[in-house]
Ligand binder design. Sequence first.
Ligand SMILES: [Fe+2]
Length: 346
Amino acid sequence: MIFRQLFDSVSGTYSYLLASRRGGEALIIDPVLEKVDRYIQLVNELDLKLVKAVDTHLHADHITGLGALRDRTHCVTVMGESSKVDVVSMRLADGDKLTIEGVALDALYTPGHTDDSYSFVMRDRVFTGDTLLIRGTGRTDFQNGDPRAQYDSIFNKLLRLPDETMIFPAHDYKGETVSTIAEEKAFNPRLQVTSVDQYAEVMNNLKLPNPKMMDVAVPANMRVGLAQEEIARHGWALSAAEAMGLTGRPDVTLVDLRERIEREKHGIIPGSLHAPYPDLAANVRPGGMLHELARATGKRIVFYCAFGERSAMAVRAAQDAGLASACHIQGGIAAWKKAEGPLARQ
Ligand SMILES: [Fe+2]
């Protein structure tokens, strides 16, 4: 396995690059905007393909690299379903799997530091975001933080992982890099409490100044969505209502770019084809499945995904590959649901 812990010294943020092999797919957790060039260089040096960029929560102390990485690598951006970010490509709920080739992480909803904090468990290690830090815990005094929820997340979720599980947090300000569940149980001063009330008392009296970047970072991090208007300006976007009028027509093929788990969970547009986003480049190039389908039948390709990000990137790629009729459903299946479009179960 390839595993890199990367550090941004300005904000004290750790980012993590994961892949199962050289030449394979990679995933990055909590990337920092200013370090995007470095991540892309490392991805290239290690001969990896970045396919997912994930934030554990909406950060207040640095601007996320999610949007920049998506724009430069066409990777999928991922956050939890309770995050107030405007648009990401994919959202996960507690218990969902975050997967790339050869790597699977379990999403664990661990609110408290913020109400959109998630941890990700991968076999022998857990990425705890700012929920559980090394000899500390993330503050709970803004962004709908809640010390009682954090107590529950830590004591009833994270500390129930096996003792030897390694903890990789999103921040450290003293140079610590890794800990374990057993170590934190024994030595984390914040965890030496006997009740949730006592924990809340400690957390409510920290009297910390706000992060320097907070006024800039929070609003910026809430707007990482891809500008789908750009695609619409080219005439390559359909509203959900417009798309509903096209379903069942013989000259239109709807193409679902989502992953199997998203299809199972949220349903599919009846009659649509499944062509997952990671295979997009192969599918739209001449000789590829979608390219040949469009050419042979003259059908219009209408992409859709969860929120319209992957499909917007797919339209761009398909247009570049010469599929002039390719378009997408703006806002994805979320907009489709809102418009009360019909859904079929997988
Ligand atoms: Fe945070």
